[in-house]
Design a protein around this ligand. Structure first.
Ligand code: KIV
Length: 266
């Protein structure tokens, strides 16, 4: 399929039991890699605060930064759907502010949808965004913007009560109009149960194999981020060590007068 992936395509994939693929990207070259690899949707996550900006949490990331990064990704994504992540405090204060900020992703940054974190507390916001024509992906379970309420990046939904709340939240978010739900850091059996009860797709990150699709951070997939590696990450390359080795060779060739050679000179 060469046409642009839409929320309708994602729904059809769930119905046909075909897995949905998502990955993050935060700039033009990485988004080109994801798009050329045939990924369904590129997620411009606020995880950029950690893997690109070198911060410890996603909380400081601003709307302007998200718009800047999402714009770069949209320019590269010819086929993949682009989903912009609403940063902390861009949607919590009021539904009006949420709609204004959500609209910026579509209007200024070329995104096709937004994502936000939370369960029952964001249901009204999801409704308002959807009514304004802004497709919304929800995100429950381990929600990094609530790191201080959760007491760290911990697996969620382990008790019966916590699992019940996630099941209820998923149903409410679907009824509010979310087109998909990210399930992060929850037991695989719970993710399977939620996936089975929803008509909309679930996208897992640390949610086990039964979600309708998977998402990972591209820097983790390519082995470009080694400050910490969550259990749910699988590395498919070691680009950081390859890149360091390449730059060492460059440095040594300059130091030893090997580069530039005559073929690189005028
Ligand atoms: O910010 C992010 O990248 C995310 C993940 C779910 C991929 O929210």
């Amino acid at each position: 399929m060469d046409e642009r992936v839409t929320i309708q395509h994602l729904l059809k994939k769930k119905q046909a039991r075909q897995k949905i693929t998502m990955i993050t990207a935060y700039d033009y070259p990485f988004a080109q890699i994801a798009d050329e690899a045939g990924i369904d949707a590129i997620y411009v996550g606020d995880s950029l605060g950690i893997v690109v900006q070198g911060r410890d949490t996603t909380l400081p990331v601003t709307m302007d930064e998200m718009i800047y990064h999402t714009g770069m990704v949209s320019r590269a994504a010819k086929r993949a759907m682009v989903i912009g992540d609403m940063p902390y405090m861009s949607y919590q204060v009021s539904t009006g502010e949420a709609v204004r900020n959500g609209g910026r992703f579509l209007k200024e940054a070329g995104a096709h949808a937004v994502k936000l974190e939370g369960g029952s507390e964001v249901v009204r916001t999801v409704e308002a965004l959807t009514k304004a024509g802004i497709p919304v992906m929800a995100h429950i379970g381990l929600t990094p913007q609530s790191i201080y309420s959760m007491g760290g990046y911990k697996v969620q939904g382990r008790t019966e009560e916590a699992a019940r709340k996630l099941i209820d939240d998923a149903g409410l978010l679907e009824s509010a109009g979310a087109f998909a739900i990210t399930l992060e850091g929850i037991p695989a059996a719970l993710a399977c149960r939620i996936t089975g009860m929803l008509a909309i797709p679930t996208i897992g990150i640390g949610g086990g194999p039964d979600c309708d699709g998977q998402v990972l951070v591209i820097h983790d997939v390519l082995g470009m981020f080694d400050r910490f590696v969550p259990k749910f990450v699988k590395k498919y390359a070691n680009l950081k060590s390859d890149a360091v080795a390449a730059v060492i060779r460059y440095r040594e060739e300059v130091e030893n007068g090997i580069f530039p050679g005559s073929e690189h000179s005028f």
